[in-house]
Design a protein around this ligand. Structure first.
Ligand code: FAD
Ligand code: FES
Length: 272
């Protein structure tokens, strides 16, 4: 296992998983259990190397399970990793694409941009962070995009403002996208969809509902898309963003907030 701390809370792990590396495609994810008491936690496959037999995950240590994973060091192992799960992203033959990433969502936006760029599409990558000190993967994202637009909420680096403002500027400036892909916090994906809807630009989002089994059996990851029930672990995680009920997703994702917070406080003695 190779470990790299990307910023104060975001960690990259390259782990040996040859069977997953041989099959992984952009948009798919794994579920891991760090040890026998571990929760099942979904994380996107940020990169994979078939020859080395490795996959890369990039995650934010946000709660109990991701904190435990972040404490592992080179040479350690994870109890189990299942994948690749989910449906690989369908690009609909798009040739001019804007990939929009928010925060740790850039780790998921990166493999999408890479796959599109390597297949010959023009890729504008718009990456948004709260401030300069939490920027991740800047050089990697530049290397897989035709145009790279760094945005910060506080103006400490790049464009001062939200990714949605930058996206609108680019569209109004004449960028003729046939596809937009948005990955990040749910409110950000919702507002990217609101930005592209009046222009009629197809917009894909990668949804992050609470997942348990990851195989379509438990119903935990239920989302409503175009008024129909879908299971993000098998029907997604990518969906047509103009048809997603984001408000329901936000409500469902908050279900265990208090329990998760209490559990983390017990583990860390109240220090987060
Ligand atoms: C398909 C998919 C891909 C994801 N990819 C990434 C990634 O590449 N990098 C990354 O940093 N995060 C990713 N996430 C989110 C990640 O799974 C959660 O941050 C993680 O589960 C938090 O667990 P925790 O115990 O550390 O935190 P907790 O304190 O338990 O939870 C913090 C928040 O994480 C979410 N969460 C908790 N448990 C789950 C669960 N079982 N399934 C989904 N969300 C949960 C909830 O919104 C919760 O409020 C992805 C989620 C999904 C569904
Ligand atoms: S995680 Fe159980 S149905 Fe999707």
């Amino acid at each position: 296992m190779r470990k790299c701390q990307l910023n104060e809370t975001t960690v990259l792990l390259e782990i040996e998983a040859p069977y997953i590396a041989a099959k992984a495609k952009a948009g798919q994810f794994i579920i891991y259990r760090v040890d026998e008491y571990g929760e099942r936690v979904p994380l996107t496959i940020a990169d994979h190397d078939e020859k080395k037999g490795t996959i890369t995950i990039i995650f934010q240590a946000i709660g109990a399970s991701t904190h435990k994973l972040a404490q592992l060091n080179e040479g350690d192992s994870i109890l189990d990793v299942v994948g690749p799960l989910g449906t690989a992203t369908e690009y609909f033959g798009a040739k001019r694409v804007a990939v929009v990433g928010g925060g740790v969502g850039c780790a998921i936006a990166y493999p999408q941009a890479k796959q599109l760029f390597e297949s010959g599409a023009e890729v504008d990558l718009i990456a948004g962070f709260r401030s300069k000190d939490i920027i991740i993967l800047e050089e990697e994202m530049k290397a897989v995009s035709t145009g790279f637009y760094l945005c910060t909420d506080d103006g400490s680096a790049g464009y001062h403002g939200f990714v949605t403002n930058k996206l609108k500027d680019l569209i109004d400036g004449g960028r003729n996208y046939d596809l937009v892909i948005a990955i990040g916090p749910v409110p950000m994906m919702k507002f990217v969809c609101k930005t592209t809807e009046p222009y009629g630009i197809k917009t894909l989002v990668s949804l992050n509902p609470i997942m348990i089994d990851g195989t379509g059996m438990c119903g935990g990851c239920r989302v409503t898309v175009d008024g129909k029930i879908r299971y993000a672990c098998v029907d997604g995680p990518d969906f047509d963003g103009h048809k997603v009920d984001f408000d329901e997703l936000m409500r469902r994702n908050g279900t265990y907030k208090k329990t998760e917070h209490d559990h983390l406080c017990r583990l860390t003695g109240g220090v987060r």
